[in-house]
Design a protein around this ligand. Structure first.
Ligand SMILES: *[C@@H]1O[C@H](CO)[C@@H](O)[C@H](O)[C@H]1NC(C)=O
Length: 401
């Protein structure tokens, strides 16, 4: 008998009636990652979560646990600006056969499904409705739209994290992230410390954070690349991205606040749940050593351990419920971040401006009809199957021009 009562925002419905299906899934997270990919057990074909719905009762014929092996892990590479995270992240992904997702950035949401860059609409938009991303912030650190940018950054990282979980549960392939939603606050703290954010915006940011993090699962492993601030400044110069080297925001104090929050808050908190590897990356280290260290970690935790607890489930059905939530209910998860901002003027837009915004947005190529139904964009059929049913973010690296 099912005791499923409520699929509420914060509650996971648990069906307790079928104990016979209990297969001790906890053990699946035991054992270490391996680079010997050929030794891993064969998996069922990846479930195409972008096109196929997975309802939770599907567990009866599609076992999520059958896709999980020792490399089914969520790994995050963290560190200051220009530390070498993406290079290391890609290498780790390659060695362990994982999916690498580039750092979440607003170019991912400014690009529509036809590849059209919505930033091109800016000249037609009221100033408050124009695109504004990290690059703009670095150029204009005192701009009113910083608040919106930082909350949008949070949301895009949250969105990407849900994608990562959907991928893991639907395919069994692990994921490597370049920074993540849990660490994003270090930037909010740095911005606030330099008065680039108002107190109201700062509080609003944490409202978003507090509302959303309880619905996702923390990573298995965090790798932190430690680079002292003077060296970060040097790396930024060396990387020679014009909006970074010219930025008045990237000061020693700003970078120091990032480092403090990373070390004193983020790493401290996340290490209660995740494994943690910290490297002095002042001089770029050896990827092989990191890979060996990862292989040496024993992910052996019993049901009572606080570590890895987010990933522990008693029943096959519990995995199915998570899988359904991340793969099928992304919009529903994102909706917890629809938080009114009446107390934060820089997050508000005039009603007429918003009208104009939607009007202009509708004129963008591919925006006339639902994706897959725009004949003028090359879509061919009136009735579609295989049209993505899910808003999975495109894997776009931040443009560094
Ligand atoms: C930095 O980039 C600019 C233009 O992108 C170029 O003119 C300049 O020579 C570069 N500086 C260094 C030190 O590479």
């Amino acid at each position: 008998m099912s005791t499923l009562v409520q699929i509420g925002l914060k509650k996971i419905p648990i069906n307790t009636g079928t104990k016979a299906l209990c297969i001790g899934i906890n053990l699946l997270s035991a054992r270490s990652l391996t680079t010997k990919l050929e030794d891993l057990p064969p998996k069922p074909k990846p479930w195409n979560y972008n096109e196929k719905s997975f309802k939770y009762h599907h567990y009866l014929f599609d076992k999520t646990s059958a896709r999980f092996d020792e490399n089914t892990k969520l790994i995050v590479v963290e560190g200051p600006i220009a530390a070498g995270k993406s290079k290391l992240g890609k290498e780790i992904a390659k060695q362990f056969g994982l999916l690498y997702l580039p750092e979440a950035n607003l170019d991912m949401s400014y690009t529509n499904k036809y590849g059209y860059n919505l930033k091109q609409l800016d000249p037609m938009l009221p100033p408050d409705c124009r695109s504004f991303d990290v690059k703009d912030f670095l150029k204009h650190p005192k701009h009113k739209l910083n608040a919106r940018m930082q909350i949008d950054q949070y949301l895009i990282k949250y969105s990407q994290y849900i994608d990562a979980l959907a991928h893991i549960f639907s395919t069994g392939q692990g994921v490597v992230l370049d920074r993540c939603v849990y660490s994003d606050f270090v930037f909010t703290e740095a911005m606030y410390s330099q008065k680039f954010l108002s107190k109201a915006a700062y509080k609003k940011y944490y409202e978003h954070r507090d509302n959303s993090l309880c619905d996702i699962l923390r990573p298995h492993l965090v790798i932190y690349l430690d680079v002292p601030v003077p060296k970060v400044l040097e790396n930024i110069q060396k990387r020679n991205i014009s909006y970074e080297i010219k930025s008045t925001a990237l000061t020693e104090q700003y970078l120091q606040t990032i480092e403090q929050n990373y070390k004193q808050k983020y790493l401290k908190d996340i290490s209660t749940h995740a494994e943690l590897l910290v490297y002095d990356w002042t001089i770029e280290g050896d990827t092989e050593i990191v890979v060996e260290d990862i292989e040496a970690i024993k992910f052996d935790y019993d049901s009572y351990d606080v570590k890895m607890k987010d990933w522990k489930a008693e029943l096959e059905e519990d995995y199915a419920i998570w899988r359904n939530r991340f793969a099928d209910n992304k919009n529903y998860l994102m909706n917890v971040c629809n938080i009114p901002a009446w107390d934060c003027p820089e997050l508000l837009v005039e009603a007429e401006d918003l009208d104009t915004y939607y009007e202009v947005l509708k004129s963008a190529p591919g925006a006339e009809y639902e994706y897959g139904y725009n004949n003028n964009m090359g879509d061919k059929w009136l009735f579609k199957t295989g049209v993505p049913k899910r808003d999975t973010l495109p894997l776009i690296e931040r443009r560094m021009e």
